[in-house]
Design a binder for this molecule. Structure first.
Ligand SMILES: [Zn+2]
Ligand SMILES: [Zn+2]
Ligand SMILES: [Zn+2]
Length: 158
């Protein structure tokens, strides 16, 4: 296990980017270099910490030590939304969203697989469910009550 060169967080063994800030792991075992989604042939330096889009040095936006893509509101989402849970599939994520929304909690998910599906197949929990920061505890309670979330999973990401 190595640490992220940007923010120092321990990188998960099967991940090729830092979950906290989006920096691509220079020691990653993903064989082919990941390209910027906007510029074919340009190597990506990071993935958007909201949506997972790979971006080169020209496209990456950095705010508070995290990387974002050039999609308009992703910096805002990165500041105001927190990731609540990870799922294996969009289908599963839809179930979580439906439950949260019926409890009156705004929720959305990002499926980075739509960006770099091949490379992401090495990553085991790609779909990220996000809620607004003030709703996080309430959202966790809703999912715990429904048995969709374990009570005491360690919260590693914020
Ligand atoms: Zn990092
Ligand atoms: Zn993005
Ligand atoms: Zn680019």
């Amino acid at each position: 296990m190595t640490d992220c060169p940007q923010c120092g967080v321990a990188l998960m063994g099967n991940s090729f980017f830092c979950d906290q800030c989006g920096t691509l792991d220079p020691h990653s075992t993903v064989s082919s270099p990941i390209e910027c989604e906007n510029h074919v042939g340009q190597p990506a330096v990071a993935v958007c910490s909201v949506c997972g889009k790979p971006v080169c040095g020209d496209c990456a936006l950095s705010r508070d030590g995290k990387f974002y893509c050039d999609t308009t509101d992703h910096i805002t989402i990165g500041n105001e939304w927190v990731s609540l849970h990870r799922c294996q599939s969009d289908f599963e994520a839809d179930l979580y969203l439906a439950n949260l929304r019926s409890a009156g909690i705004a929720a959305r998910f990002f499926s980075p697989g739509s960006h770099i599906s091949l490379a992401w197949s090495a990553f085991d929990s790609p779909v990220r469910i996000m809620v607004k920061r003030p709703d996080r505890d309430q959202a966790r309670q809703v999912l715990i009550r429904l048995g969709l979330l374990d009570d005491d999973i360690p919260q590693t990401s914020s």
